[in-house]
Design a protein around this ligand. Structure first.
Ligand code: BTN
Length: 327
């Protein structure tokens, strides 16, 4: 097993003590370093935004942590069976999906989560860009190795969608809706997007990467002017700052529970949960399928996750890719 970095060891010592006090001597024993080296580690933590007081004869006390997504803090007390078995948290990535795919190609384990504070080239659906400024949002990619055939894998998008909606409800009390195939909306503005990628052979999935981007604390001026849809963040919708750490923990917990359910019972219960979150069922929609426009009434999801639309001619079209909008 990899030895934790000194900073992670110190933070974990703070978490283990009920009053938050840890003596310099204890830290020095745990790390096997001098008291001067301990002081330097404490200074580095302070520079990274941790508020640590030194109280004579009692030791150091962690009074406040910055809202950073450290693997240890995310994992502490989490009751996941698989998701988050390993978490990599990066200050910056080109795209967490790209990173997770690279690690997947190298044989990374089922359940790996890659998170980045900011992305240089965040990927959206259909080659679009996902705006990914630092310090405000969640950009996460979850690597799964489901024992299913490749045609089944796209159904996992619905797990991410339901998990994101549940985490939003848990953390803010707000009830988001879903828009096929992978948008999460609050007050009809996009608050999160999902991008699944897969590596497979004809009859075997190597891995699936569930890419999840959630606008948590992004401010209005941080959104680009040329967005295709109105966008929002949880902070804009609630008027309050949302804890990135709390949200990430809730999301991983919900996703893990849904993935266990999917493995045990297949996609039907997840599709039911998704359908309950969709307010376009029975409404008129227009779907832009690569410039072919299909208009009709949204019927629901097919068994394979396709969007079913009844056209004015009474025919039910199964749609596998496209942008939906209410008309
Ligand atoms: C979309 O709605 O177009 C999908 C957006 C998906 C964005 C997330 S952010 C984390 C992961 N890494 C990426 O590069 N993209 C996904």
């Amino acid at each position: 097993m990899k030895t934790p970095a000194p900073r992670e060891t110190i933070l974990s010592l703070f978490r283990q003590t009920p009053d938050g006090f840890v003596s310099g001597e204890r830290i020095s024993d745990e790390l096997g370093v001098s008291r001067t080296a301990v002081w330097k580690h404490i200074r580095n933590l302070r520079q990274a935004g941790y508020q640590i007081e030194a109280i004579p004869s009692r030791g150091y006390q962690l009074q406040q942590s910055p809202d950073v997504l450290m693997p240890e803090a995310i994992q502490s007390g989490l009751e996941c069976q698989l998701v988050g078995s390993r978490i990599i948290s990066l200050d910056e990535a080109d795209s967490t999906n790209l990173q997770a795919c690279r690690l997947g190609d190298e044989g990374a384990d089922d359940g790996l989560v890659v998170i980045a504070d900011r992305q240089r080239s965040g990927k959206g659906r259909m080659g679009r860009r996902w705006e990914s400024p630092g310090g405000v949002n969640l950009y996460a990619s979850i690597l799964l190795r489901p024992p299913v055939l490749p045609f089944e894998a796209p159904k996992l998008t619905f797990l991410s969608a339901v998990a994101v909606c549940r985490a939003i409800k848990n953390c803010t009390g707000l009830q988001p809706t879903v828009k096929w195939p992978n948008d999460i909306l609050l007050n009809e503005a996009k608050v999160a997007g999902l991008l699944n990628e897969m590596s497979s052979e004809t009859d075997q999935v190597h891995y699936v990467v569930l890419g999840i981007g959630v606008n948590l604390n992004m401010r209005a001026e941080q959104f680009p002017d040329d967005l295709r849809y109105p966008a929002t963040s949880l902070a804009i919708a609630t008027g309050k700052v949302v804890s990135r750490l709390g949200f990430t923990r809730s999301l991983l917990q919900e996703l893990d529970a849904l993935y266990q359910l999917y493995l045990e019972e297949g996609s039907a219960p997840v599709f039911t949960a998704w359908t309950e979150l969709c307010d376009l069922t029975g409404k008129r929609v227009q779907v832009d399928c690569n410039n072919l426009l299909i208009e009709g009434t949204m019927v629901g999801l097919g068994d394979d996750g396709a969007l079913l639309v009844r056209t004015s001619a009474g025919k039910i079209e199964s749609i596998y890719a496209g942008d939906v909008r209410p008309v």
